[in-house]
Design a protein around this ligand. Structure first.
Ligand code: 5AD
Ligand code: SF4
Length: 522
């Protein structure tokens, strides 16, 4: 934990909903959530990381009765919304849900902040720099809010689940009207109404949540690839990670609801779905009436007529033989597996509470390769975990080589308030961490470039997503193994899977030309 975070944490006082007495007047800088509670006559429920950490035995209830209340169906007519998204695919997909809800309330989307009547920042809490970006953006939006007092400015997503963030916004960014958490998305119509007609700020962050809300509307970005949530939350409690607190306990959607959603997407012409969860391999573990896991779900989705199916994110610990057996069937189940390892040192993995050793990870990779000889593996790695030694870092480097990862998301460890690792004293200087990250990135780049070279003059299948950002005459899309391909071809190919011959291999992308008459008709 850094000095700034420590200072902020010291100012937090837990407030229960019942405890809403007004405080004595004191300087703004000394106020805590309790002092602000009196202003919230409508909704005030502050976050609480301690409550969020606890897991109860409550049954997961699935609600199928989501509906926009009648008096809010037209509340947004003639008005526009803008949602800015930070962080992972889960957040991107939550944005699609919020956009769906606002659209059903009559709002239209805009990408121009000056045009917007409601601006939501859907935030990420995973590293400190993600949070800093959001605070920068909140500051930038102040003049606009002062100019347009009716603008509703909201902060949601993972950062809203943290007390320190909510207190900092309440203290220093009083132009924010609305703060709501990851478990409160379905409450958006009510929250918007309160923000519109109430005079006070709205804070609603449920810390402990065990339910699944179905039937939420979704305004998906694009008509080619879609995200599908299969589960929510995480019970793994890696010592560095804030997610189990910001996203709650593991709870799976019922298989029939997922299968129906994928079928529906296939019928609409979508070419690819990515099944989403913080830890998808734990899918189904919370069912008490059926024995049904990710392997079973993939087996059922395998039978649906949709060309490509991916899933993310995996945890090596729960990656079982049944899943490997099903993935080996191929077809629409792609053999690109993102398998975060985090470190190559068993000692660091233990301190991270990852629940596997270097050897166990390598054994899992061996099993996957045995069943799927052409599988591509990518990963996430954290360098500079508290007190990581040079030798331990070297073990990460050798593991990267041994597995032959073709890509990796690499990060310097960032202490997150409320996590066990943040309480550890850390003697690794920042400079050393930066050097380790640099060395690791060099190695990953080298491996990526080598894997790209193997595609030279080969034909690959590309799902064409659109024009290249740099040159509208060039089309761009991804291969089955998620390699970006830029190529010349007709615009009519957008939305289809076509064959492309690779002419040039770069470090992170491939260039090529479309092979004539290969557009697959779907
Ligand atoms: N610091 C740095 N990286 C982190 N990640 C998660 N928490 C932290 C943290 N505190 C990384 C992990 C995870 C990815 C999504 O983000 O590698 O897999
Ligand atoms: Fe960031 Fe994790 Fe929240 Fe995704 S779930 S937005 S990665 S903190």
């Amino acid at each position: 934990m850094n000095e700034q975070q420590r200072k902020e944490q010291a100012q937090i006082k837990q407030v229960d909903a019942a405890d809403r007495k007004s405080g004595q007047e004191k300087p703004l800088s000394e106020k805590t959530s309790a002092d602000f509670a009196k202003y919230f006559e409508t909704t005030y429920e502050p976050p609480n990381l301690n409550k969020a950490r606890k897991r109860g035995r409550d049954k997961v209830n699935v609600h199928y009765d989501f509906a926009i209340p009648e008096d809010m169906e037209r509340i947004g007519e003639g008005k526009k919304f803008l949602i800015r998204t930070y962080g992972c695919q889960m957040n991107e997909h939550d944005t699609e849900v919020m956009a769906g809800i606002l659209t059903e309330m009559g709002y239209e989307s805009t990408s121009d902040t000056n045009e917007a009547d409601i601006i939501l920042l859907n935030t990420c809490a995973i590293r400190e720099n993600a949070e800093n970006k959001v605070f920068g953006e909140i500051g930038h939006l102040k003049p606009l809010k002062l100019e347009k007092p009716d603008l509703i400015l909201g902060v949601c997503g993972c950062m809203s689940q943290e007390e320190s963030v909510v207190n900092r916004i309440l203290k220093k960014h009083q132009h924010v009207d609305l703060i709501f958490g990851t478990h409160n998305i379905h409450r958006l119509p009510h929250l918007v109404k309160e923000a519109m007609f109430g005079k006070e700020k709205i804070v609603e962050v449920w810390s402990k949540e065990g339910d699944v809300i179905e039937n939420l509307p979704k305004a998906r970005k694009g008509k080619i690839k879609a995200w599908v949530n299969i589960m929510y939350g995480c019970d793994k409690f890696c010592t560095y990670c804030i997610v189990p607190m910001t996203r709650g306990k593991e709870r799976s959607r019922r298989p029939e609801d997922i299968v129906q959603e994928v079928r529906h997407l296939a019928a609409q012409g979508y070419q690819e779905v990515t099944l989403l969860g913080q830890n998808v391999n734990a899918y189904g573990k919370d069912f008490d009436d059926i024995t049904y896991g990710l392997g079973d779900l993939m087996n059922d989705i395998h039978k649906i007529d949709i060309p490509r199916v991916r899933f993310t994110t995996s945890h090596p610990r729960d990656f079982d033989d049944r899943l490997i057996e099903v993935l080996a069937k191929g077809g629409n189940l792609l053999d690109h597996i993102h398998l975060p390892v985090q470190s190559g040192s068993s000692e660091i993995l233990k301190k991270m509470n990852r629940k596997y050793t270097r050897e166990e990870y390598l054994e899992l990779v061996r099993k996957i390769r045995e069943a799927m000889p052409n599988a591509t593996l990518t990963t996430d790695i954290i360098v500079g975990f508290p007190n990581e030694t040079e030798e331990q870092f070297e073990e990460t480097m050798t593991l990267v080589e041994e597995v032959g990862f073709e890509a990796a998301y690499t990060f310097i460890y960032s202490p997150r308030e409320g996590t066990p690792a943040a309480r550890k004293k850390d003697d690794v200087p920042e400079e050393v961490k930066k050097k380790r990250l640099y060395r690791l990135n060099e190695l990953v780049n080298k491996q990526s470039a080598e894997s790209m070279k193997t595609y030279q003059y080969q034909k690959v299948k590309v799902l064409v997503e659109g024009e290249s950002k740099k040159d509208p005459d060039v089309l761009a899309g991804y291969t089955e193994k998620n390699k970006l391909v830029n190529f010349k071809g007709p615009k009519s190919a957008i939305g289809s899977i076509v064959e492309v011959e690779i002419t040039e291999a770069k470090t992170w992308s491939l260039n090529g030309v479309m092979v004539e008459n290969t557009v697959e008709v779907n």
